[in-house]
Design a protein around this ligand. Structure first.
Ligand code: FES
Length: 393
């Protein structure tokens, strides 16, 4: 409460922006990681968009499709969650995320119930490689389901606002027509841009008496009807893991070249629950597959010769063994050491710990700041030991 009051007092510029004219300096979460919520918009009955500004005038520079990580203090616990950015980089003064309320989801419910204009949050990023900016193409096919629409909306908005003439077909799946997020804005983009087409696929009509669109699920025959030239398109997919699995299957069935395929999922609330239930390295590996971009199959790599190192957890007084080719988090889970983790991909920062001694090889994906690395912090989910380690946990 005290913190929010302080923000209200010190951020009059947030409600009275002074930055018309020259673009302000770039926002950098490494030096200035607090953002202030400036607007909340109800998108559907259970989805809200939250817009943020930097307290000092700053411009947000990112690639459409990237994500930010929110570091939230909820009930005395610090919880990190990644959310893809729904706003486009062509609107640099604000950044937005769009969040669906997940039944039982601690973070999404907290955001819906607590985050309002004037609230401040700590944010890390932007990061991520799921972006059309790195895969330029003449024709795109965007496939999304549920709140997986957000990164593709950022890409669509950016294309629209830059006047790009790429040919985009955007197929979005939702439970009912009333669950389609950004329906009106997508229709507006389609009406403004001749090369932009949308198709909404709803499981059922829901509360409406009629629905002129398609009901059912996305199938290969339906995709061929919507985008007969889908084999020529660069495909970006985002949605829950089962949806993306189904998409991969139907594209394979249609003879699609996976080199033109990119996917991402941030169903961390669901993933954490599954991972917690099963808690094995195999499950984590399988979930990695649903989170990776450029999924082209999972051929097993030849097993490298491993050196075993000792990992000591100073606070819990536990000691485990971890192979040089193994991530410390996986080894800890196997040994029954409970550690906080969410994405298991080096993105969200949940597994961040202080390394008291030793050396690791860390390949993170934006879940840690450079200054934290300089202070000896590491992410255990993407760190392999190079020596014996002592961890402050
Ligand atoms: Fe997300 Fe490690 S669990 S960065």
């Amino acid at each position: 409460m005290m913190r929010d009051q302080a923000v209200f007092q010190s951020t009059s510029r947030v409600t009275q922006p002074q930055f018309w004219g020259a673009l302000p300096a770039r926002w950098d979460s490494d030096t200035d990681d607090t953002l202030v919520c400036c607007h909340v918009r109800q998108e559907t009955h259970d989805v809200k968009s939250f817009f943020f500004r930097a307290p000092a005038e700053r411009a947000f520079v990112f690639e459409p499709g990237q994500f930010i990580t929110l570091e939230l203090d909820i009930d005395g616990e610090t919880i990190n969650r990644c959310y893809t950015i729904s706003s486009p980089p062509t609107r640099p003064h604000t950044i937005s995320i769009t969040v669906k309320r997940v039944p039982g989801g601690k973070v999404s419910n907290w955001l819906h119930d607590n985050l309002q204009p004037g609230s401040s949050v700590r944010v890390l990023g932007p990061s991520g490689e799921f972006t059309c900016a790195r895969h330029p193409a003449r024709k795109f096919l965007f496939l999304s389901a549920g709140s997986g629409v957000t990164p593709l909306m950022s890409m669509s908005r950016a294309h629209h606002e830059l006047g790009e003439d790429s040919d985009i077909v955007f197929v979005h799946s939702a439970r009912t027509p009333d669950d389609i997020i950004f329906a009106r804005e997508l229709d507006l983009i389609a009406s403004n841009q001749t090369n932009f087409r949308t198709a909404f696929v709803c499981e059922r009509v829901g509360a409406r008496t009629s629905w002129p669109g398609v009901t059912g699920f996305l199938t290969l025959p339906l995709l061929k009807l919507i985008a007969p030239d889908f084999l020529e398109r660069e495909v970006f997919t985002c949605g829950p893991a089962p949806y993306m699995k189904a998409v991969r299957h139907l594209l394979d069935e249609g003879g699609f070249d996976r080199k033109q395929y990119h996917e991402e999922s941030f169903s961390f609330e669901t993933i954490s629950e599954v991972a917690a239930q099963l808690a094995t390295a195999h499950v984590a590996d399988a979930l990695h597959g649903t989170l990776s971009e450029n999924v082209v199959g999972f051929a097993p790599a030849p097993a490298p010769v491993e050196t075993k190192f000792k990992v000591s957890f100073a606070k819990s007084n536990r000691e485990i063994e971890c192979g040089s080719g193994q991530h410390v988090l996986d080894a800890a889970k196997k040994a029954g050491v409970r550690l906080a983790a969410s994405c298991t991909q080096g993105m969200c920062g949940t597994c961040k710990v202080k390394l008291v001694s030793g050396e690791v090889e860390m390949k993170h994906a934006g879940g840690i700041r450079q200054r934290e690395i300089d202070q000896g912090m590491v992410l255990l989910c993407c760190s392999k030991p190079k020596t014996d380690l002592v961890v402050d946990k």
